[in-house]
Design a protein around this ligand. Sequence first.
Ligand SMILES: NCCC[C@H](NC(=O)CCN)C(=O)O
Length: 428
Amino acid sequence: SSSNTNSPQENKMSESGELLTELKDRVSRSIDGASAELHELSRDIWSCPELAYQESRAHDRLVAFFTHEQGWTVDARFKLETAFRAVWRTGGVGECVNVGFLCEYDALPGIGHACGHNLIAEVGAAAGLGLKAALEGAQGRLPVQVQITVLGTPAEEDVGGKVDLLKEGAFQGMDVVFMAHPSKEDATYLPCVAEHDVTIKYHGKASHASSYPWKGVNALDAAVLCYTNMSVLRQQMRPDWRVHGVIKHGGLKPNIIPDYTELEYYLRTPTRAELPVLKEKAERCFRSAAVATGCEVEIQYARNAFDNILRIPELEQLFERNGKSLGMDFTTDEDVLTNESGSTDFGNVTFVVPGIHSYFYIGSNALNHTPEYTVAAGDDKAQFFTLRTAKALAMTALDLLLQPKAMQRVKQEFIEAKLKDEKTSSRI
Ligand SMILES: NCCC[C@H](NC(=O)CCN)C(=O)O
């Protein structure tokens, strides 16, 4: 007969390792088992693209999905009209760890789901489902009680729904938060920068452009100068700053001197601390165009600025390990890993709750925010990659729930990341 010569500590570790393997396997099987419903969910969202804060159909579809699933408590209008929360808890008493998965579901004007937010919704829903199924089979064997919170977060492409949700206290009580974003590669992190939208309005005076041009004040000239000033500023900007603008109103007819023009700019810096420096320089460009042309200028910043992402290496390492075990192929291309991607309101969340915003390949080399990416996000081919990512997220959550030391490291790294950010900010 074989005798167990391990210490109680070693036995405990091997039991917890076995449990982890068993539960990770259950994550995979349950997500695969729900693949048809999950696919239908993201296809429905994809086929009816809705802009920020108008995502009523996508919202209702997600609410219906969780209402139909057993065991979730659904708050259909959680803090905001098109936000929702679905919560599931293990049955016991004691310390409870609250794990969040985020769904986004807003689209872009003119090109639909060109950023694949329909797939973000699917990943969040699938990860929540998978983790719940795994934990249901392990009640009584877990070192902690668990709450799973799937949060529907509207308006990422505009306004910043997560910032509004943060202001409403929607993330209170969460211990860690997960999401994944479609991209053209698998990556645990891509540089996500701080950003603020600004609208610039010039008010001039209309006049007949041929008969009495001297009586007019040309707001289009102001807009053109504004655009040119910003282009000139680019040469003096730090290489990792970004400014890009469009003229949204440029006048009505060549023979009417435009009395009103409007531009919209996105201003970006790698950290939120640098953003005010860029904003001041940009404002000088906006104002001087008004001075030169005799127009009045209004400078209106969007309600919410987006923060950069605070990184938690432990989360990234665990996610990468799980992803690799499922065959994810994480990019090692330094250009991709160091080049700025866009911005996300998830950045603001990472200053309040430790989190990960990973990226996943969807079976296409198309670039985000192009019509080709819209096609890819709705293609059946994206499903395998989307569900694989959801599995890796849920498995990473399991790592934290079953290995309290890993969770402690996440909390410690969160404190350190915030301290580092404060130190850097005080140097600017
Ligand atoms: N004004 C907010 C713009 C956010 C936008 N986000 C992304 O593209 C990331 C993925 N949706 C951006 O332009 O960075």
